[in-house]
Structures are given as structure tokens and as C-alpha cells.
Write a protein that binds this ligand. Structure first.
Ligand SMILES: Cc1cc2nc3c(=O)[nH]c(=O)nc-3n(C[C@H](O)[C@H](O)[C@H](O)COP(=O)(O)OP(=O)(O)OC[C@H]3O[C@@H](n4cnc5c(N)ncnc54)[C@H](O)[C@@H]3O)c2cc1C
Ligand code: FES
Length: 257
């Protein structure tokens, strides 16, 4: 069940230039949260009414804490980066459907994260009972969350400028390392997800993608976040899926984007 809560910021750290990690106290939300779900974070500045969707990076059910890791992209995320321990922030969540962890159980899974699609892979990797090959794609040598990913599975890195790991995309790393797997869970920019969808079809791998579309309401009411789908949406009665409500994780062949 989603809830709107004022959450206390427990800590805020800059992991690398422009990338922040924040732990929030959110007892009820943490008890229900699943890997791959997201929060809608409200700005305190009334000029920015719409909440900003941010994926769950880690879930600590015992302590009632949630971690988000985000890039400062514009005014909303900049405002978020200014918060300090003890400050409070209004949050709606947990939202959306997470990764289908049971589908990967006992199999070899590629966990692929690109840029700001890497954070949800941390909790997903921690929870998976599978052979995990984690492929993380960055812009440059300013890596983040690598320690957490290393603790959860075998990690392979690619950078666009070649300053660390394989030069190129996450799929260049998969090919160069000769990785083989049964199923893919991925999150990242749309061109990366399109390429992964094609790779999965070519290699006959089951594939689940987390789409990061611009959102408005975040709860399925406004249709701001639709993508084309194979099936008819029960809400819109057309071949659409609402990424916030029906996703953000979809089986790859279910959606066109
Ligand atoms: C389900 C979901 C999960 C997300 N998880 C994360 C995360 O874990 N960490 C993270 O850093 N970011 C994440 N994002 C992207 C994040 O929501 C945007 O970066 C943020 O809303 C930008 O807000 P802003 O006010 O700072 O920027 P704005 O001023 O609104 O926009 C600045 C730039 O960000 C782009 N942008 C705005 N909204 C989105 C959006 N919803 N998706 C993609 N790009 C956007 C704009 O096109 C623009 O280039 C996620 C998005 C979705 C939909
Ligand atoms: S953001 Fe409103 S329906 Fe998805």
C-alpha cells in the first residue's frame, strides 16, 4: 500500500560529483518496499508541485530505513541535495512494481544498470538468490556504488570514455567478457534499454526492463508516463501502459519505447 509520509533525513553524502546518497527514516514504507520500486519525493518549494520519482537503492526493513541515490539533474534534485541530516521531506511510496526476483532464482542473471539506473540494482542484487553478473555502465571514472555491487555479485564495469573497465556500453562489456546468462534485469537510459531488449531477443534470454519516463502524478491517474504496450490497458482501454503504475518494470516484449 502506498503512503505519503514526512520522512526524516538520516544522512546525505555526495558519492561523486553530482551524485548523492540519502538515507531516509520511513518505517511503514520500508516494511513494504520491494527491490525495483520507487519513491515520489516532493519539493518544499511550492513552485515545484510535482514530485520527483527516485528508485529505491537499498531497503533496511529492520531499522525502517530507505536509501535513494540520485543525480542532480535540475531544480528538484538540486533542492533535494541541499537537505541535511535531521531535515524532513515529504515522500509518497513505495510505488510501482519491482523486479520479479523469483523468476531469476537459481539461474544466471545479468543485472545491468546504466548511469542513474544503477541504484535499483543494489537492492535487487542483495535480494537475489541466483548467480549474479552485475554490469554497471558509467560516463567516466567517477564511479559510484561499486563497493555495494561487488559485495553482491561479480561486477563488470564499462565507461563511455574508457577511463575504467571496458570502453563503451554495458553490452560491449557483456560481449568482451564473453558473459552468458539466462535472464536479464536492467535499468537505465532508453537507448541502452532498447539495445538490451534487442540483445535479449537475439540470445533468447528472458528480459525485464525498468523504464524511467518523465512522470507527473506517479500514481496512474494522469497518463503522463504512458508507453505503447502489447496488451490493452485496463484504465485507458488502449494499447498503453502507465509506467508509474503498471511498471516501472516490464517484461521486455510487453512494451515498445
Ligand atoms: C521510475 C523512475 C525512477 C528514477 N530513479 C532515479 C534514481 O534512482 N536516481 C536518479 O538520479 N534519477 C532517477 N530518476 C530520474 C529523476 O526522476 C529525474 O532526474 C528527476 O525527476 C529530475 O528532477 P529535477 O527537478 O531535478 O529536474 P528537472 O528540472 O525536472 O529536469 C532536469 C533534467 O532531468 C530530466 N528528467 C526530468 N524528469 C525525469 C524523469 N522522470 N526521468 C528521466 N529524466 C527526467 C529532464 O528531461 C531534464 O533533462 C527516475 C525516474 C523515474 C521515472
Ligand atoms: S505519472 Fe500520472 S499516470 Fe503515470
Amino acid at each position: 500500500m502506498k503512503r505519503k509520509e514526512w520522512c526524516t533525513v538520516i544522512s546525505q553524502d555526495e558519492l561523486t560529483s553530482g551524485i548523492y546518497s540519502m538515507w531516509l527514516e520511513a518505517k511503514d514504507m520500508a516494511s513494504e518496499a520491494q527491490a525495483g520500486q520507487f519513491l515520489s519525493v516532493y519539493c518544499n518549494d511550492g513552485a515545484r508541485l510535482l514530485p520527483r520519482p527516485i528508485s529505491l537503492c537499498e531497503i533496511d526493513k529492520e531499522k525502517g530505513l530507505l536509501r535513494i541515490v540520485y543525480r542532480v539533474a535540475g531544480k528538484g534534485t538540486y533542492e533535494l541535495s541541499e537537505l541535511q541530516a535531521g531535515d524532513r521531506v515529504s515522500v509518497l511510496g513505495p510505488l510501482g512494481n519491482g523486479f520479479p526476483l523469483t523468476k531469476a532464482e537459481g539461474r544466471t542473471v545479468f543485472l545491468i544498470g546504466g548511469g542513474i539506473g544503477i541504484p535499483p540494482m543494489v537492492e535487487t542484487a542483495k535480494q537475489l538468490n541466483a548467480e549474479k553478473k552485475i554490469i554497471a555502465g558509467y560516463r567516466d571514472r567517477n564511479l559510484f556504488l561499486t563497493e555495494e555491487l561487488e559485495n553482491a555479485g561479480e561486477i563488470y564495469i564499462s565507461t563511455e570514455d574508457g577511463s575504467k573497465g571496458t570502453k563503451g556500453t554495458v553490452l560491449d562489456a557483456v560481449r568482451l567478457e564473453g558473459l552468458k546468462g539466462d535472464i536479464i534485469f536492467a535499468c537505465g537510459p532508453t537507448p541502452m534499454l532498447r539495445a538490451i531488449k534487442a540483445y535479449a531477443a537475439e540470445h533468447e534470454m528472458e528480459c525485464y526492463l525498468s523504464l524511467e519516463e518523465r512522470m507527473a502524478c506517479g500514481i496512474g491517474a494522469c497518463l503522463a508516463c504512458v508507453c505503447q504496450s502489447r496488451d490493452v490497458d485496463s484504465h485507458a482501454h488502449i494499447h498503453n501502459k502507465r509506467i508509474c503504475k503498471d511498471g516501472p518494470v516490464f517484461e521486455a516484449s510487453e512494451v515498445e519505447f
